[in-house]
Design a protein around this ligand. Structure first.
Ligand code: PEP
Ligand code: MG
Length: 478
């Protein structure tokens, strides 16, 4: 039953017990929920062509075991007798596995092994489900979003309304956390109820909805991925490379500077998840609406025009060095390059290059985000100290139109002023043989996809959920 409608801010479907942060641990976990979560997971794996054939085969085996009515009846029967879900899962799987242990045929012996493995999987999912659910909040900061994500939230319902270009919305989309905002009814009343949300349409239902799997697009178009964690990369399909890896995710998650070993581990995991596809890691982009106490300036009169991106990094050389060291270590596992946020002058790129050189990392290609009008106008000079560029249309639109990115701005005249400026930058970049990508939200807007490619941009980088729409808009194009 549809119970409310808000604004769909970050697409995707999610379901779970609705909770306020402090009540999450009391969330009820049903066998039905564990089963349907497992089923969705194995269905996705079984169709994921980026996984090895053996992994897909295993997913098929688990699916077959899951649909065995006897196993399910046995688990439900045990729960009815007063056992916990964990005891019931382990007991029922073990009972069936023992019957097969004695079998002579290696195929049946293998099924006993699979049954025990499935029990372990279901127990892990049960624990995840216990921590998951749909977070109910009046308002949320980027830090709060990461806490919710780290705590296993499956989706978010907010009372506040939210612009689609606000960082909170972008971050929710990037990490793949469905988010419905602007829900004016009293969301607190749903606490403890099982709800489903659709982060695209903004609809909220009571109970579990059948969650359709997103169609995978395998397109020949240069669609790259925006990601914030190795999990995003591991679950995405059909992308050519990662055009924007937001390293601020890790810092926001840690609420400060992570331990160097932890940072390195995260980047290595991302590179491994990309399995040979190129990743562009963007250096820490803090400031404005992504503050972290102790790292960014407090009480700036206008944070949007304050100390952001590379300006923070050049003040905090320790962080810049830690990031470059971690990326250097990660580069041993696969191809990557480094991108600098909020560049205004060639001098800033040269300063980062110097640090790179001092750390013995100059062989890693270094690019500049083009997201301030000054950077676009100086693209020729920037090209002398940069190996590639990426257009950051979110900040660029705000600076070009003197319009807050936190409000859903309407781009005047089909963004003509922005495109003229971008044309200057792309021409200058191309004259020097520099690649130019687009990683702002406009890249994910089907209305502009062809225009960017006509301009000479080499790829469009976006969250995986935007692939079908952009792929469709480009259909028929050579
Ligand atoms: C941009 O500004 O377009 C961009 C990609 O960076 P962010 O949204 O993180 O500021
Ligand atoms: Mg930006």
């Amino acid at each position: 039953m549809l119970i409310a409608e808000g604004i769909g801010v970050a697409g995707g479907l999610a379901c779970g017990v609705a909770y306020r942060p402090s009540t999450r641990r009391q969330a009820a976990v049903s066998i039905e929920h564990v089963y349907s979560t497992a089923k969705r997971r194995y269905e996705r794996w079984s169709e994921d062509s980026s996984l090895p054939a053996a992994a897909r085969e295993l997913a098929h085996i688990y699916l077959a075991l899951l649909t065995d009515p006897e196993l399910r009846a046995s688990i439900e029967g045990d729960v009815a007798l007063g056992r916990t879900i964990s005891e019931a899962i382990t007991g029922a799987c073990e009972q069936q596995a023992r019957l097969l242990d004695g079998a002579r045929h290696p195929y049946l012996q293998q099924r006993a092994h699979d049954l025990r493995a499935l029990a372990r999987e279901l127990l892990a999912l049960k624990d995840d489900a216990g921590q998951g659910g749909i977070l109910l909040a009046d308002t949320l900061t980027p830090l709060g979003l990461y806490e919710a994500y780290g705590g296993g939230a499956q989706g978010i319902i907010l009372r506040d309304s939210l612009a689609s270009t606000s960082h909170l919305a972008i971050l929710a989309r990037t990490i793949g956390l469905p988010l419905v905002a602007g829900v004016t009814v009293d969301v607190l009343a749903w606490q403890g109820r099982f709800v489903s949300i659709d982060g695209s349409s903004g609809q909220i239902w009571a109970g579990e909805r059948d969650i359709a799997l997103q169609a995978v697009v395998h397109t020949s178009y240069p669609l790259w991925l925006n990601a914030a964690s190795s999990r995003n990369i591991a679950t995405a399909q059909g992308y050519k490379g990662v055009g924007l890896f937001r390293t601020e995710f890790l810092y926001l998650q840690c609420g400060g500077v992570p331990a160097p070993e932890h940072e390195e581990e995260q980047y290595v995991a991302a590179v491994k998840a990309a399995a040979g596809k190129h990743i562009i890691f963007r250096l820490l982009d803090l400031g404005s609406d992504k503050p972290i106490a102790g790292l960014t300036r407090e009480k700036e009169p206008n944070p949007m025009l304050g100390e952001r991106g590379v300006r923070v990094l050049l003040r905090r050389r320790d962080i810049l060095e830690q990031q470059i060291r971690a990326l250097l270590a990660a580069s041993a596992y696969g191809p990557l390059s480094i991108m600098v946020p909020m560049v205004v002058t060639p001098g800033e790129m040269a300063a980062v290059r110097n640090v790179q050189r001092e750390l013995g990392a100059s062989h890693l290609s270094l690019g500049a985000m083009l997201e301030t009008p000054a950077a676009l106008l100086m693209a020729k000079e920037l090209g002398e100290v940069s190996d590639f560029f990426s257009l950051g249309t979110n900040d660029l639109a705000a600076y070009v139109y003197a319009s807050d990115r936190g409000t859903d701005m309407h781009l005047p005249d089909n963004a003509e002023a922005m495109f003229r400026l971008m044309d200057i930058a792309v021409q200058a970049a191309k004259a020097q043989g520099r690649e130019v990508g687009v990683c702002g939200e406009l890249a994910a807007d089907p209305r502009y996809a062809a225009r960017f490619l006509d301009l000479g941009c080499d790829y469009l980088s976006m969250v995986a959920a935007a692939f079908p729409g952009v792929g469709k808009a480009l259909r028929g194009r050579n």
